[in-house]
Design a protein around this ligand. Structure first.
Ligand code: NAP
Length: 398
């Protein structure tokens, strides 16, 4: 009888196909086909290098098996198989020890904030991976607008893609892949790059089958330059939608605490527009609070439109790190300055926390939340873990 072991798997429902894990694995144990990203059990040494870089936690999946799932099986999955019963005789008491060992390695790999999350209990069910590398959707560019001041170093674009008659159901918080044209140095077609959708589920304008993206031009970014240079009418190949956990509660009374940097604001634009449309329909009394960090006001995406959203809908804390003559301020600094209102939200079971943007912000935000919760008599680790378990705590950082 084969001894049971922990097989490392990737959840195809949650995975956003950003391929960061594949690019990070030091021994090429992770690969993809047109459908899924998978781990080869014959190569993986469970070094955990792929764990902290995963923006969604799709990578945190383990099954005790006696016969490992093959690559072909993993490529064919739409969802993960449940844990199979392992006979006590085969186990010999080892499974619990394996479980403890994986838990210990994971905790060390995450070192805090990130990791596997659940969708809010009331969230609508997300459609994922409807269009893949082999069969992408074809969208037309409806508009490409610069969001940042013309003389700002930061060129951030608002791109609207129209899907015409192709069904493209998307929820706020999901991402889509854009396939840049051309091939890489090895002659292989470029892989898609992932962008968070910044429009709500019923379209950039209500009842249009379109989505918007918020894309920053990176100096040598292959896909960001392609996207930022798109013209109205251009055709774009799109994969996705992806992501099934970083979703809004479908509950107008839920309170949303949203923390972001730069283009990490994309999903929160979608959340805000969704709420505004819901309130117009008589639903959506829960408050929304946004901590949003950028270098300067003219490099903060949606600075103008955000100013027009009433404080009764969205309480905004816009903080800037590089305004000449002013102290550097990060989102975590402002959260500490607003500790009482933040603590009141953390202590309310209706509150959902969302963190999106730079990977580097996780540590500072986690430290701020620890301090704020502690001062209010809450143990942050316990509070966070309970929120995560209940689908009320979400981190998506790159
Ligand atoms: P950015 O302009 O480089 O930075 C935005 C602000 O964050 C700046 O004020 C920056 O300050 C500050 N910042 C830097 N380090 C920080 C830290 N440790 N803690 C708190 N604030 C910090 O941002 P960006 O270029 O737009 O990048 C946004 C990031 O979000 C990208 O990495 C992008 O991939 C990611 N993103 C993620 C998602 C997602 O997860 N779904 C969606 C969209 C974008 P200084 O530069 O002055 O230090």
């Amino acid at each position: 009888m084969t001894k049971p072991f922990m097989q490392h798997l990737i959840d195809p429902e949650i995975c956003i196909r950003c391929y960061t894990c594949e690019n990070t694995c030091p021994i090429d144990a992770i690969s993809h086909d047109e459908n899924n990203v998978v781990v080869d059990p014959a190569i993986c040494e469970q070094c955990m290098a792929c764990i902290p870089v995963c923006p969604t936690g799709a990578i945190d999946e383990w099954r005790v098996v006696t016969t490992p799932y093959t690559l072909e099986e993993q490529f064919s999955w739409d969802e993960l198989p449940a844990q199979e019963e392992i006979a006590e005789a085969a186990d010999g008491g080892g499974i619990e020890a394996l479980d403890d060992e994986i838990a210990r390695l994971l905790e060390a790999a995450h070192a805090g904030a990130g990791g596997k999350t659940r969708a809010p209990a009331s969230a609508a069910r997300a459609s994922v991976n409807l269009y893949n590398l082999e069969r992408p959707a074809r969208a037309r560019v409806q508009g490409n607008y610069r969001l940042t001041a013309g003389d700002s170093d930061s060129d951030v674009r608002h791109i609207i893609l129209d899907f015409a008659a192709q069904p493209f159901p998307v929820l706020e918080g999901q991402s889509i892949g854009i396939i840049p044209p051309g091939e890489d140095a090895e002659g292989k077609p470029h892989l898609p790059r992932l962008y968070s959708v910044s429009s709500p589920r019923d379209g950039e304008r209500p009842n249009y089958n379109n989505v918007s993206l918020t894309v920053k031009r990176e100096p040598r970014g292959l896909c960001s330059n392609y996207v930022c240079d798109l013209k109205a009418g251009d055709e774009v190949r799109v994969t996705g939608p992806f992501g099934a956990t970083f979703l809004m509660p479908d509950d107008g009374a839920a309170r949303l605490l949203m923390i972001c940097t730069g283009t990490g604001s994309a999903p929160f634009r979608a959340f805000t527009m969704r709420r505004q449309r819901m309130s117009a329909g008589g639903r959506g009394d829960g408050d929304m609070v946004l901590f949003f960090g950028a270098r300067t006001p003219d490099s903060l995406p949606y600075f103008g439109p955000l100013g027009k959203v009433p404080d009764t809908v969205l309480k905004k804390h816009l903080v800037f790190s590089r305004v000449p003559g002013q102290d550097k301020e990060y989102v975590q600094h402002r959260m500490l300055a607003e500790r009482e209102s933040v603590a009141a939200m953390l202590g309310d079971v209706r509150t959902h926390v969302y963190i999106c943007g730079l990977k580097g912000m996780e540590e500072g935000v986690e430290a701020a939340l620890t301090e704020i919760a502690g001062a209010a008599g809450l143990n942050w680790t316990d509070t966070r873990d309970a929120m995560r378990e209940a689908g009320r705590y979400h981190v998506e950082t790159y």
